[in-house]
Design a protein around this ligand. Structure first.
Ligand SMILES: CC(C)(COP(=O)(O)OP(=O)(O)OC[C@H]1O[C@@H](n2cnc3c(N)ncnc32)[C@H](O)[C@@H]1OP(=O)(O)O)[C@@H](O)C(=O)NCCC(=O)NCCS
Length: 162
């Protein structure tokens, strides 16, 4: 049986290493995006029990830099499911392990699609938000999805780019 709380969330914790940072000593934006993609893949696979592919990353925000030596946590949670899609909220936090204060450095919504062995979309178990916060997160994720789909439509309609 599916344990909603445990199966819908995941958290990665690790230290930002010297190989993760740029010349200014701050973690590369691309590295943060990789961590977000990895944590949300693990979250999607855990929920669907399927191999899943990234469909769209909607609204990645870089709020504060992450510095080398900081402790990083990447938390991913399912906020909405469609037929084959899983919409995931990801928040990245960083802290100096010698201090108590933690800052939110990044947040985004990211959508994965569960696939079968041939790469075709498969149905995923339905996620039902329960708390007020989960219901709000679902609403915001749906706005982000509508915006991203409108962007696809605009590229097609206005520029002729598929
Ligand atoms: C992912 C892929 C298979 C989707 O193909 P597609 O024909 O666009 O699929 P659909 O339009 O049917 O969309 C699939 C699901 O994603 C959702 N979706 C599509 N665009 C979206 C967007 N911008 N934001 C959020 N969700 C979106 C759809 O609503 C649909 O959900 P549902 O099954 O719950 O109804 C295809 O775009 C692809 O192969 N992309 C490359 C994937 C990849 O290489 N990822 C990185 C490595 S894993």
């Amino acid at each position: 049986m599916m344990n909603k709380y445990n199966d819908s969330r995941i958290e990665f914790c690790f230290l930002a290493e010297p190989t993760d940072v740029n010349f200014g000593g701050k973690v590369h934006g691309g590295m943060v995006m990789k961590w977000i993609d990895q944590a949300s893949y693990a979250c999607a696979a855990k929920w669907s029990k399927r191999y899943s592919v990234t469909v769209s990353a909607n609204g990645i925000r870089f709020i504060r830099p992450i510095l080398v030596g900081q402790m990083v946590s990447v938390s991913a949670q399912i906020v909405h499911t469609g037929r084959s899609s899983m919409h995931i909220y990801v928040v990245v936090r960083a802290r100096d392990p010698k201090e108590n204060s933690t800052v939110i450095t990044n947040r985004c919504f990211i959508t994965f699609m569960a696939t079968d062995e041939s790469g075709y979309a498969v149905k995923v178990p339905e996620f039902t938000p329960e708390s007020e916060e989960e219901k709000m997160l679902e609403q915001v994720a749906m706005h982000a999805k509508d915006f991203a789909k409108q962007l696809d439509q605009d590229f097609d309609d206005k520029l002729g780019w598929k």
